[in-house]
Design a protein around this ligand. Structure first.
Ligand code: CO
Ligand code: ZN
Length: 329
């Protein structure tokens, strides 16, 4: 599974430009489903037909990044954020454009506490505006550039948010023997800029049940914001975040399945942020929805850390769900 994690987290796919990553995922899942297609907004949808409940799983394929807003006469690039970025975590980090161009992020003089993205720039090593414009154009998107690292049970990479959710769905598909349900595995577009892909995918699929797979924050590092989620303590069953309150029947079913199948789990109350479940549950007349979250440290930095045992427990919980009759929803 670590090979798969490495391949996905080292791929390029900022919000709006998911084609490269979804093409890879399509190759990885096509033998396990009845059809795979990409919709108009760039969501990759893998459909395994069944006669039971229509279930939509969603893990977002896109990642945070930056977009070029201006190129100055000395060849430095000014940029804006694509998704939530903390300027402090950008300083000294590298970015990579789709054409392979690498840049380093620097800042103007000034106090670190006043640091903002409009006081920062990207240096691609160009010595003039002309040289910079040969490599990069206004409007080009770049991702944070960082390699995968295997620390044992814990692994680090950029874009664990949410390639690790994609890994959970891919692994579940590979291991799935039988489910009576009509299963849609959505690798959604543009989550990081406002749950956009999941909204249109859910409208089209019109599911009976929606489950997002995404990372959640943890409270287990020195003087962290108080939160009950810890790395290595199991799949996190979402109770609420800023985008959704998990439907009580969905929450209770996930807890029951985890307990019946001896899957390690923990309850997640996330005070900030949202997931695709936020978009799915408001579709048409409403869809009972929830989320299975992968605990993750340093979310939205170049080095997001997850525990592979949690990933394994999330895969098991997805498999337990699709094998359950789901008669209560
Ligand atoms: Co995110
Ligand atoms: Zn995410």
């Amino acid at each position: 599974m670590k090979e798969l994690i490495k391949e996905l987290v080292e791929s390029y796919g900022p919000a709006g430009f998911e084609n490269e990553i979804t093409t890879k995922i399509s190759e990885l899942v096509k033998d396990y489903v009845d059809e795979v297609y990409t919709d108009k907004l760039g969501n990759l949808i893998a459909h395994k037909k069944g006669t039971g409940k229509k279930i939509m799983f969603s893990a977002h394929a896109d990642e945070i990044g930056v977009v070029v807003t201006f190129i100055d006469k000395n060849g430095f690039l000014r940029f804006s954020n694509v998704g939530g970025l903390n300027p402090l975590t950008l300083l000294g980090n590298r970015v990579r454009f789709q054409n392979g161009t690498i840049g380093v992020i620097g800042k103007e003089k000034g106090e670190l506490k006043d640091l903002a993205i409009d006081k920062m720039y990207i240096d691609i090593g160009a010595e003039s505006e002309k040289e910079a414009k040969e490599k990069v154009s206004i409007g080009d998107f770049a991702i944070i550039h960082r390699e995968f690292a295997d620390l044992g049970n814990r692994v680090i990479g950029k874009s664990m948010d949410d390639r690790i959710g994609c890994v959970v769905l891919i692994e579940a598909l590979r291991r799935l023997n039988h489910s009576e349900h009509d299963l849609y595995f959505v690798f959604s577009a543009q989550e990081e800029v406002g749950l956009r892909g999941a909204r249109t995918a859910a409208y089209d699929i019109d599911p009976d049940l929606g489950i997002a797979l995404d990372v959640t924050l943890t409270g287990d590092t020195p003087k962290a914001h108080t939160m009950a989620v810890e790395l290595g303590k199991g799949a996190a069953i979402k109770v609420k975040d800023a985008s959704v309150i998990t439907h009580p029947k969905v929450k209770d079913l996930l807890i029951k399945l985890a307990e019946d199948n001896k899957i390690d789990y923990q309850l997640e109350v996330l005070e900030f942020g949202g997931t695709d479940a936020g978009a799915i549950h408001l579709t048409k007349t409403g869809v009972p929805s929830g989320a299975i979250s992968i605990p993750c440290r340093y979310v939205h930095t170049a080095s997001e850390m997850v525990d592979v045992r949690d990933v394994e427990n999330c895969v098991k919980l997805v498999l337990a769900l699709v094998q359950d009759p789901i008669s209560e929803i």
